[in-house]
Design a protein around this ligand. Structure first.
Ligand code: BV8
Ligand code: ZN
Length: 242
């Protein structure tokens, strides 16, 4: 397998998707071919879906909360956290995953660009709070202050990502320029704006690597290096943190 040669000016940006949690036992979206119990994920993970049927949407997230509480970080998560430990502020991680496994593996310099499964927020108060409850089989959760519905603190399809997250990613790429090594790990590159990060990296002269057990061709063509394999096996070797 190709080796990553880092020197003391190299900077590393990692983007992870559902594939990096697959070896922890968390199902991927493509694996479910975009369906959950016969519903299209885009329908369930959307503000319209929540407005139409908040009970169904809470069932989707409540079951995922229960599942995510039972899983643990895998060697792929750990290799990413170890690389951060080694190069400090020359490292940054953007994850599309909401399962919290990167933080549990020790990652700190990171943004969860599609939200966090174990946080909820009131539709009108808007302040996110820690919430590990599945709310399954209970009445819909309501805000103790204003009695408005509570929703998962997740970025749904059709919703804006946190501009601060995008700003942190953009400035990391701009500052790194040609010194940047960008790794997209376990993502099919279908969801924007995350899927567009590789184009920004290339535009700035960075080097792009894709690590995926089954790379999607229309995404892979945008990378200089494509490594086919499981992230839990590839990353410890590639990052030399095995
Ligand atoms: C926005 C939270 C705009 C939910 C997620 C038409 C209609 C409506 C919207 C759009 C449209 N066209 C484009 C859009 C925009 C839309 C989008 O891109 N849609 C796609 C489907 C076309 N994007 C949005 O809506 C975003 N917001 O654009 O706002 C806007 C602008 C102005 C004003 C207002 C709004 C918001 C996107 C965020 C959606 N939320 N997550 C939840 O998780 O419950 S997305 C969700 O799906 C995940 O977070 C993730 O991002 C995505 C799934 O992608 P992956 O992570 O890549 O997972 P996948 O299963 O696809 O792939 C896994 C890969 O791993 C595979 O390649 C597999 O081979 C590999 N793998 C498996 N095992 C392993 C492995 N690799 C290595 N090792 C292994 N062991
Ligand atoms: Zn409230």
């Amino acid at each position: 397998m190709e080796r990553l040669e880092l020197n003391e000016t190299s900077r590393v940006l990692v983007l992870t998707g559902a594939g990096v949690s697959a070896e922890s036992g968390v199902p991927t979206f493509r694996g479910a071919n975009g369906l959950w119990e016969g519903h299209r994920i885009e329908e369930v993970a959307s503000p319209e879906g929540f407005a139409d049927d908040p009970t169904l949407v809470w069932k989707f997230y409540g079951l995922r909360r229960e599942g995510a509480l039972k899983v643990h970080p895998n060697p792929g998560h750990l290799a990413i956290a170890k690389l951060e430990e080694r190069i400090g502020n020359r490292f940054f991680l953007a994850t599309q995953n909401v399962d919290g496994l990167h933080a549990r593996a020790g990652s700190q310099r990171m943004v969860a660009i599609h939200g966090e499964l174990f946080k909820s927020r009131c539709l009108s108060c808007q302040v996110p709070f820690e919430d590990t409850k599945s709310h399954l089989g209970e009445p819909l959760p309501r805000c103790p202050k204003c009695d408005q519905l509570i929703r998962p603190h997740i970025v749904w399809f059709g919703e804006m990502l946190d501009p601060d997250h995008l700003q942190q990613i953009g400035s990391f790429i701009a500052k790194a320029g040609s010194k940047l090594h960008f790794f997209a790990v376990g993502t099919s590159g279908q969801v924007y704006p995350a899927a567009g990060i590789v184009d920004e990296v290339r535009h700035r002269g960075g080097t792009a690597w894709l690590v995926d057990v089954d790379p999607s061709p229309e995404y892979a063509v945008r990378f200089q290096h494509v490594i086919r394999g499981k992230s839990g096996e590839v990353l410890p070797e590639l990052f030399g943190t095995g």
